[in-house]
Ligand binder design. Structure first.
Ligand code: FES
Length: 570
């Protein structure tokens, strides 16, 4: 075979040869087997661009990936690379038990190891559904091979009986109406068939859309690609461009560690606040930052939150959908409003700094009904704040932009549920001693609970109160919440109940004081009584085998992104 680019040691197919004790034999065998797939010598001599494909029959959000991956391939080929796709773990949010969160780190390990183990000079990461993008960014950051994040893009909303429906804020709204007896069986069945009607990720600013925006803000996705709907032709063009760019990066490497830095993480945090993004993104961004040795401090979140207005009018905080954000100017419109607050020297995978990008886009058209000007924001202060106090010494999160301000400064009586099973068994019991001013408390739903921190923090309003018209209550847990949900909900309480944190010691009838203004959440119980309860507390029985055992032994608390302790960079 004529010598070509891939004959240079460490490039293309010569990368990371399989060990047979004879490098020449290893390369000869690899080429021979690669040629068995019908590739020409010329193509096999090109730089290799891997395409991490997270399609699955269990992932509706990625059902358009076959077409998307074809577009990536033609971009790679056009730029002189050889595209080779490979499957990874896929995490279809609603198809996994106990929750997709348990498997995010498994997917991150899969991506990291397969990117490192297989001979590729760059990689396109095709993901979208909630945990897939964080997993891919975590894995790519650790493998540190040049990578471009290609996003699935959001679903389109549907027109249904004169109103627009889109997963999944509307899923929750109608389910709450059904629980309150305002929608009947036939109605909820009809709505079920109209909430998610196209390929792509949830149509609102949920976790998937938030992580897409953060991937672009970090500089890991090409400019302007975060909000393009999954079914829009621009999404295919973005895929082609991502493939083309990855092939360029294969020749002139720019590594994730040069893009994901403490400064770009802070940019992403600003964007998270300005878009009214998902609380889950705090956990994922902490995990991504941890892979490059950067730290996301919750105290810093509070500083940024007070100086970053919410600019985007999207559900669940506002009224529009992701497709409206794309039509309104996309994330670039948000970034330009935030420009004075951003670190403009951060490099992006496009090969330009953030500042260069924004200068290039200056004066672009923006729909101000969707993306507000900095001086006339949708909300004056950022959507998320961290709370600290005797109930959450290491922090908790509340999404104030999606909460009822009337509940922000309160003291209430705790109504405690000891587990998810206990919650399911008693929340709708007509005999439950609960009223609208109480604080609902859920224990044992954190990272080490056995349920792997499910999105259970959006505790349902007890049926008898929902029927009486109660729409929001203070709810506190060590769980997460779907980015599409809303309410006065305190999440990610740390340390969690399953490791004996103060949350484990709360009993029904205790008083709890919440102050969003002072960033405090305190359990008003004397130290002597707490010591008595602490002495009686017993941990659960850990799993004895498999991934569940690995997970339980190594998963960190929420403030460390729930990553595994051995995967973070010191
Ligand atoms: Fe995939 Fe919502 S279920 S993004």
């Amino acid at each position: 075979m004529k010598r070509g680019a891939s004959d240079r040691p460490g490039q293309g197919l010569t990368r990371g040869l399989t060990h047979y004790g004879d490098a020449g034999f290893s390369l000869y065998l690899r080429r021979s087997f690669a040629r068995s797939m019908g590739y020409s010598r010329e193509l096999l001599a090109r730089p290799v661009v891997g395409i991490a494909d997270s399609r699955s029959g269990f992932n509706n959000c990625h059902r358009h990936f076959p077409e998307l991956i074809e577009a990536v391939k033609r971009g790679v080929l056009a730029a002189g690379g050889l595209p080779l796709d490979f499957p990874t773990v896929s995490l279809g949010e609603v198809f996994l038990a106990p929750t997709s969160m348990m498997f995010r780190n498994l997917m991150a390990m899969d991506v990291e190891e397969m990117v490192r183990a297989q001979p590729m000079d760059a990689v396109v990461l095709a993901g979208g559904c909630d945990k897939t993008v964080p997993a891919q960014l975590m894995g790519a950051a650790s493998a540190d091979v040049p990578a471009v994040q290609l996003l699935a893009g959001p679903m389109m909303p549907t027109s249904f009986r004169g109103e627009r429906l889109g997963a999944c804020t509307d899923c929750r709204r109608f389910w709450a109406q059904y629980r309150a007896g305002k929608v009947d069986e036939r109605g909820i069945e009809e709505i079920e068939g109209n909430l998610a009607t196209t390929a792509g990720t949830c149509a609102v600013m949920g976790t998937a859309s938030t992580m897409a925006a953060l991937a672009e803000a970090l500089g890991m996705a090409l400019p302007g690609t975060a909000a393009i709907p999954a079914v829009h032709a621009d999404r295919l063009r973005a895929a082609e461009a991502s493939g083309r760019r990855a092939a360029e990066l294969a020749r002139a490497p720019l590594r994730p560690s040069q893009v994901i830095t403490a400064r770009s993480v802070e940019n992403a945090l600003r964007v998270l606040l300005a878009i009214g993004g998902s609380t889950n993104a705090i956990v994922h961004l902490s995990a991504i930052a941890g892979r490059v040795g950067a730290k996301l401090e919750l105290a810093r979140l509070n500083e940024l939150s007070d100086s970053t207005p919410v600019l985007v009018d999207l559900k669940p905080t506002g009224q529009h959908y992701m497709s409206d954000l794309h039509a309104a100017g996309g994330l670039g419109a948000v970034l330009r409003e935030l420009e004075p607050l951003l670190h403009l020297d951060c490099m992006t995978v496009a090969g330009e700094t953030l500042g260069e990008r924004l200068a290039r886009e200056a004066g672009a058209w923006v729909d101000r009904s969707v993306v507000r000007p900095f001086d006339e924001p949708f909300q004056k202060r950022g959507g998320l704040v961290a709370l600290f106090g005797s109930l959450a010494p290491n922090g908790a999160i509340v999404k104030r932009s999606a909460a009822d301000p009337a509940l922000f400064e309160r003291e209430g009586r705790a109504v405690v549920f000891a587990s998810l099973d206990d919650l399911a068994a008693r929340i709708d019991d007509p005999q439950l001693d609960v009223n609208a001013d109480d604080f609902l408390v859920l224990q044992n739903a954190g990272p080490k609970s056995g349920a792997a921190m499910p999105e259970a923090g959006y505790l349902p309003i007890p049926a008898k109160l929902a029927r009486a018209g109660v729409k929001d209550m203070v709810r506190i847990s060590d769980a997460r919440m779907s980015g599409t949900a809303y309410g006065t909900i305190v999440l990610h309480v740390s340390p969690e109940a399953a490791v004996g944190g103060p949350l484990a010691l709360v009993r029904s009838g205790d008083r709890i004081r919440l102050s969003i203004e002072r960033r405090r959440i305190d359990l008003l119980v004397g130290e002597e009584e707490l010591a008595r309860r602490r002495a009686a507390w017993r941990p659960g029985v850990p799993p004895s085998r498999g991934y569940a055992k690995l997970y339980m032994e190594h998963v960190l608390q929420a403030e460390h992104g729930c990553d595994f302790d051995f995967l973070r960079r010191a």
